[in-house]
Design a protein around this ligand. Sequence first.
Ligand SMILES: *Cc1c(COP(=O)(O)O)cnc(C)c1O
Length: 364
Amino acid sequence: MKFNKKLENIKTYEAGKPIELVVREFGIEPKDIVKLASNENPYGTSKKVIEAVSTIVSKMALYPDDSMTKLKNGLSRRFGVGVENVIIGSGSDQVIEFLIHAKADENSKILMNSITFAMYEIYAKHIGATVIRTASQEHNLDEFYELYKKESPQIIFLCTPNNPTGDALDADKIYKFLEKIDNDTMVVIDAAYIEYATHKDSAKALNPSDLIEKFSNVIYLGTFSKAYGLGGMRVGYGLADSTIIKELYKLRPPFNITTLSLEAASVALEDEEFVQKSISSNFIEMKRYEEFAKEQKIDIIESYTNFITLCLNANQNSTKIANQLLQKGMIVRDLNSYNMNAIRVTIGTHEQNSRFFELVKQFL
Ligand SMILES: *Cc1c(COP(=O)(O)O)cnc(C)c1O
C-alpha cells in the first residue's frame, strides 16, 4: 500500500519505555522497576485531585463539557489572561500540532534549536515543512536571529527550559529577541518545565499575560504533565492573542479533553502547595546528582527542570549503559538519537535516586 509521502522519513517518536514493557520483556516485578525516563512527577498527584476525580468517575457515559469553562477560567485567573486567549490540548503536544497546521504548509520553514523537543520536527514533517536548526547545543538567540533573517521561517520554537538538555533562557533575552521579530512570524515559547526554572532562578521566569499582550505573534505553551503530576491525564494549554487562538480552534477535534482530565487539571491548578513541595524536593535531590557526577567525573548540563543530563565520557557508551540499567529495571533516556553520548535522568524520589546511583556506578 502506498502512503502519504510526507511520512516516509518520519521516525516514530520514541517515548520513555513504559513500566509494563519492562515487566514483559525482562520479567522484572513492577515494584522493582524505577522509571526515570519521561520527566513525570515522582511524587505522584495531589491528593485533592485524586479525591475530586474519584467523585466524578460515574459521569463517564456523558461527553465532556466541550466549552471547558472550569479549566479555562482557572487558567485565566492563574495567568491573568482572557478566556479568549486560551486553548486546551490533549497535552501541549496537541497544541503544537494545531499551531503547525494553522501557520505552516509544505512551503514553510520552521526554526528550532539544534537539540530540542522531538515533536516539533515530527509535526513539521507531517505537513512537509522544512526544519531549520541552529548550531549550538544551548539556545543561542543570536544564532536564532541570524537564521530568522536568512531563512524567513514561519514559526520559531523556543523551548525554555529546553528538553532534553535542561538549560533555560533569561526572560530579558527573550524579550529583546521578540522585539526584533516581525509580527507575521509565530514564536512558540514552550514552557513545559518553567515552574522548575522559576523556582531556581527568577531571571528565567516568564509572565505569559505580559508576553502575549506585548507580542501578538507569541504563543506560550504550558502543561499539566510535569510539575502538576498529571502525565497520564493528557492536558496542556496554549496562551496567545485571540487571533491565533481562533485559528487553532478550527483544527481542534470536539471533546479533545476527557471529563476526568478536565476536572483533574482544574483542581491541580488550585493545589499550588503540592506543586511547590514537588519542586523544592526536586532541587534538593538534584544536588545529589550534581555531587554524584562530580565524584564519577562526568559532566552535567546545569538543569532548570526535573531532569538532568549526564554527558558521558568517551569511554562510556550511553546506549550500552541505558540498556544495562534497563535490564535491572531502571528506565532512563538514552540521548544517542540526539547525537549525544548522554543519558537524561528524571530526578526521582530519594529512594529512586539512590537506586540509580547504586546501579549506574556498576556500569560506568
Ligand atoms: C513534556 C513536554 C511537552 C508536552 O507534554 P504533554 O504531556 O503533551 O503536555 C511539551 N514540550 C516539552 C519540551 C516537553 O518536555
